[in-house]
Design a protein around this ligand. Structure first.
Ligand SMILES: [Zn+2]
Length: 246
């Protein structure tokens, strides 16, 4: 293949085309990166909601233990009251004071038990009420979270949609731009792109390579000004597009 003869202006124009292509290339890479991160945000929201759901289920399970204990105690109280009733019946049939006293003692002992159980039942009812409030609070928090979650999900989906559209447009632009760039320049760009994605073309900045920052010799700076061919950094092989103050 014979080398293509080009004027410095033509070279400059091609390098500028490569630089413009690189800009779009960067945007595409950036958009792809952003898009790749969004599903993780979705997932984080789902995990948080699942945790709150579990918390409520756990709270509700606690309540069941308390209610079961209370029902058991209430049953015991009913049984003890039946026992008291039968002692009262017995009392009617007592013939002596000694018999009466004995029955009264028994009744008093049972009543004491009933009192203790009733106190415990009241405590349990209070616990249950406090617990109900806790569950209601947790539920309200969850509902609030669900609303926020929904909003956030819509926001993320909107971002995915708009970024995907933008990406498709940029990818089309990238393709179109490539058709206007000479094949040899494009091949050079693609080769460098593998190692230096989105950073193939750079200016010389105050006698330094704008890519790897190595100091450039005067000869190189002269070559950049003359632009008789694609001028490249000896160290990183980037293509220079000119000089900039930086
Ligand atoms: Zn360099």
């Amino acid at each position: 293949m014979t080398p293509v003869e080009r004027t410095p202006d033509e070279i400059r124009a091609i390098v500028q085309q490569l630089r413009d292509l690189q800009e779009v290339d960067r945007e595409i890479r950036d958009l792809r990166k952003q898009l790749a991160l969004l599903p993780a945000k979705h997932k984080a929201l789902d995990v948080r909601l699942a945790q709150e759901h579990e918390e409520i289920e756990r709270l509700k399970a606690d309540k069941m233990d308390t209610s079961n204990e209370r029902r058991k105690l209430e049953k015991e109280i009913r049984e003890l009251e039946a026992e008291i009733q039968s002692h009262e019946d017995k009392r009617m049939k007592c013939k002596t004071n000694a018999e009466l006293r004995a029955v009264d003692l028994e009744i008093a002992a049972i009543r004491q038990k009933v009192d203790a159980l009733e106190t415990r039942v009241l405590e349990l009812i209070e616990e249950e009420e406090a617990h109900d409030r806790k569950v209601a609070d947790a539920r309200a928090k969850l509902e609030q979270l669900e609303r926020e979650h929904l909003e956030e999900r819509r926001r993320i989906e909107e971002q995915i949609r708009s970024k995907s559209e933008k990406l498709a447009r940029r990818e089309q632009t990238y393709k179109d731009m490539r058709t206007r760039i000479p094949a040899d320049a494009l091949a050079l760009y693609d080769r460098l792109s593998e190692r230096l994605p989105g950073s193939v073309v750079c200016p010389a900045v105050r006698n330094h390579c704008g890519g790897c920052h190595i100091t450039l010799v005067n000869q190189k700076l002269v070559e950049i000004r003359q632009m008789k061919t694609f001028v490249r950094c000896e160290a990183c092989l980037r293509i220079f597009c000119g000089e900039e103050e930086g």
